[in-house]
Design a protein around this ligand. Structure first.
Ligand code: ACO
Length: 412
């Protein structure tokens, strides 16, 4: 029998599910999405309530450990995360070795992988350590430390990727500021004695971080789990997730929105752009979603946050165009029929732009908070009953049957 027959006679049902439209690979208690109703909940709590009352680090604790922290747990978590923000001085050389115009997502992806080389516990098989086990204090403490490190250092690595391109000295994380306050400090601080991040911008960034923290099994989270299923260290698994997020269909969409708005230029050019989208010559970036088929609940929170930010920074010149585009698409039959509505990225790029972040830094502002979600899912998988099963999907083979090798001189 040839190879194809062997494939077909194997036991069991093999279904090809291109793009994983209908394949569940894990049972999860973390994030619930109802794409038809436009619902998003972290551990049961509606995203709207968390955005209003919680903070990014509190929601991070919730996502990772399953319940809202007590005051004491919150303080401990925050202290540990912030304490782990410092980087080894040798990492400065690592950042300086990039080309002057390196994309910050390339730097961040590499930097997460680099972290594994700094910590001896990163590779359990080499170190002869036990794998993470429920009830085993030592292995759980190691896991917690890796979680603190990755969340704490995410902002530091992102700020280093930013500053090296600006030709600025690196800044060590300050003491006494919030997670996003510390991030803004590390980005912006130029040595002023009285530097303080703007509280409205600090809060707005915290809300944006919170709503970007998790979105169940999107491409990047799936990549983290796929990579982690080989029991590699979490630094390497997070680096893999970061690479996946870099793509324009995922974390790169907020940057694409701004490029699209710049190319449209002004509201009077919107109708022509919409017609070009309908002729499939253009994509309406920031619209459409694999799961949400009504509205993305995060887009309303981002829109509201944008208004807060613009009170400080002034209205972005592209806002009028964005609003005209939004309104035109929402009442056009083409978009209504296909259930296309704004996703989280439609408005977020405008906020980042108003806050002064360069356009190619936008995906970094998505990756930094998403570290939380990646870790929550990785932790859940590592501690699941029955242990981890390596993710090894099957294929439907459609290539040639068995062939005889032909020496090169006889190939014509
Ligand atoms: N502009 C124009 N048409 C679109 C768009 C869009 N943004 N999105 C989907 N469509 C059309 C498709 O062409 C298709 O039309 P057809 O049925 O006539 O062929 C129909 O709507 C269904 O879309 P699919 O491509 O099947 O949707 P899918 O779930 O595969 O893709 C995706 C989802 C990738 C998000 C898509 O909507 C898209 O490319 N959007 C723009 C990029 C973007 O904003 N990405 C961010 C996603 S959110 C995030 O990562 C945080």
């Amino acid at each position: 029998p040839d190879e194809r027959e062997e494939n077909e006679t194997e036991k069991g049902l093999r279904v090809q599910d291109k793009g994983f439209l209908n394949t569940a690979v894990i049972r999860s208690e973390i994030t619930y999405i109802d794409g038809e109703a436009g619902v998003l909940r972290y551990r049961g709590y509606p995203i709207e309530q968390l955005a209003l009352h919680s903070s990014h680090l509190e929601s991070a604790y919730l996502l990772i450990y399953g319940s809202l922290p007590t005051r004491e747990q919150h303080l401990h978590f925050e202290t540990e995360v912030m304490r782990h923000g410092n980087m080894h001085v040798d990492s400065e050389e690592f950042f300086r070795s990039f080309r002057y115009d390196a994309h910050p997502m390339s730097m961040l992806t590499s930097a997460f992988a680099m972290l594994g080389s700094f910590y001896s516990e990163a590779n359990p098989s080499l170190q002869g350590q036990k794998l993470y086990t429920n009830g085993d204090k030592e292995s759980l403490a190691t896991m917690d430390r890796q979680i603190y490190r990755l969340i704490g250092k995410a902002t530091t690595l992102a700020a280093m990727a930013y500053r090296v391109r600006q030709g600025r000295e690196f800044v060590t994380p300050p003491v006494g500021l919030s997670y996003t306050g510390s991030f803004l400090y590390q980005m912006d601080h130029l040595g002023e004695e009285d530097y303080k991040p703007n509280p409205v911008l600090e809060k707005a960034l915290d809300v944006l971080f919170l709503i970007h923290a998790d979105h169940e099994l999107n491409a990047s989270c799936t990549t983290v789990l796929q990579t982690g299923s080989s029991l590699v260290d979490p630094y390497s698994a997070i680096a893999a997730g970061c690479a996946s997020l870099y793509g324009p269909l995922h974390g790169g969409a907020n940057e694409a929105v701004i490029r699209m708005l710049v190319s449209i230029g002004s509201p009077e050019n919107v109708p022509a752009f919409i017609e070009a989208v309908k002729r499939r010559e253009k994509t309406l970036s920031g619209f459409g979603h694999r799961v949400y088929k009504t509205s993305d609940p995060r887009s309303f929170i981002v829109r509201k946050t944008a208004d807060e930010v613009f009170k400080v920074t002034g209205r972005d010149a592209l806002l009028e165009t964005a609003m005209a585009l939004h309104d035109a698409a929402m009442k056009d039959e083409y978009f209504i029929k296909r259930k296309l509505a704004p996703n989280v990225d439609f408005w977020s790029g405008l906020i980042y732009r108003a806050m002064g972040f360069p356009m190619d830094f936008f995906p970094v502002l998505f990756a930094v908070p998403r570290v939380v979600g990646w870790l929550a899912h990785w932790r859940q998988m590592m501690l699941q009953d029955g242990g981890v099963k390596i993710w090894r999907p099957r294929q439907v083979y459609v290539g040639a049957g068995k062939r005889e090798y032909v020496p090169i001189e006889k190939r014509g």
